[in-house]
Design a protein around this ligand. Structure first.
Ligand SMILES: [Zn+2]
Length: 243
């Protein structure tokens, strides 16, 4: 096994690992933003370069995601300067005190503004923020689910599809046989293309209640790069946390 650094025509710098027991080329972006390619020892460099340039969009998206998420989310303080992730981007908390009975939260550009009564504690501020996330989730997933239902031409089972948010500790979403789609509040911390994939994934379960070949075929026809998004989602999953 040798390990070298090269540059491709597509300006992507990557580390190449040659492996005698490998059959196919594999590509990954590490958490510290390195592009690593594993390839069978006999695959020509031109083939490997082409493979990398063919996946340049994915590499760029992945690098952006890795760069935009902090290594570990700091413990929330619920005071000015606290950071929250919204669709892969950091928003800074600003607490304005006085003049209201119950804390409310809104997003103003890159600032999450919480209006709270003067003596409000962190828990009250956290509650306002988590309500804000739930509202955002209902709205965003509501729209995305509607879009995918239309795309796949879902006729439904005599009852409307219901979308709601849940505080799942591990899973990102669920779909019940009654047509209830639930999404983890923490999934809203993921970049939007992954949120879109998650919406499609759960909508596709309304048609195929498993992860079988037909289910995958449906994903493929709606979103050709779904596998990359799913892979990206599992690698970012650990970085999302409760609010
Ligand atoms: Zn599933």
């Amino acid at each position: 096994m040798d390990r070298i650094v090269v540059k491709t025509a597509g300006k992507v710098q990557y580390e190449l690992i040659r492996k005698t027991n490998r059959r196919r080329i594999a590509l990954r972006v590490t958490d510290d933003a390195r592009v690593v390619v594993s390839a069978p020892s006999r695959t020509p460099r031109t083939t490997i370069d082409r493979f990398v340039t063919d996946h340049v969009d994915w590499i760029e998206r992945k690098l952006a995601a890795v760069g935009s998420l902090p290594k570990t989310l700091p413990e929330h303080t619920y005071t000015d300067g606290d950071r929250f992730l919204v669709f892969g981007e950091e928003k800074i908390l600003k607490v304005q005190r006085g003049g209201v009975a119950t804390a409310t939260c809104k997003l103003v550009e890159d600032t999450l503004v919480v209006h709270a009564r003067s003596g409000a504690k962190g828990t009250a501020i956290g509650k306002a923020i988590s309500l804000w996330y739930v509202e955002l989730g209902n709205q965003v997933y509501g729209e995305l689910v509607k879009k995918w239902l239309g795309r796949i031409g879902y006729a439904g089972a005599n009852r409307p599809v219901v979308v709601s948010m849940a505080s799942y500790p591990k899973r990102m979403g669920s779909c019940s046989q009654k047509g209830e789609l639930r999404f983890a509040v923490r999934s809203l911390m993921l970049p939007l293309p992954l949120v879109d994939y998650l919406a499609l994934h759960e909508v596709a379960h309304l048609v195929h209640f498993n992860h079988g070949a037909s289910f995958k075929q449906l994903l493929e026809s709606c979103m050709p790069d779904w596998k990359l998004r799913q892979h990206e989602m599992s690698s970012l999953r650990i970085r999302t946390a409760h609010i």
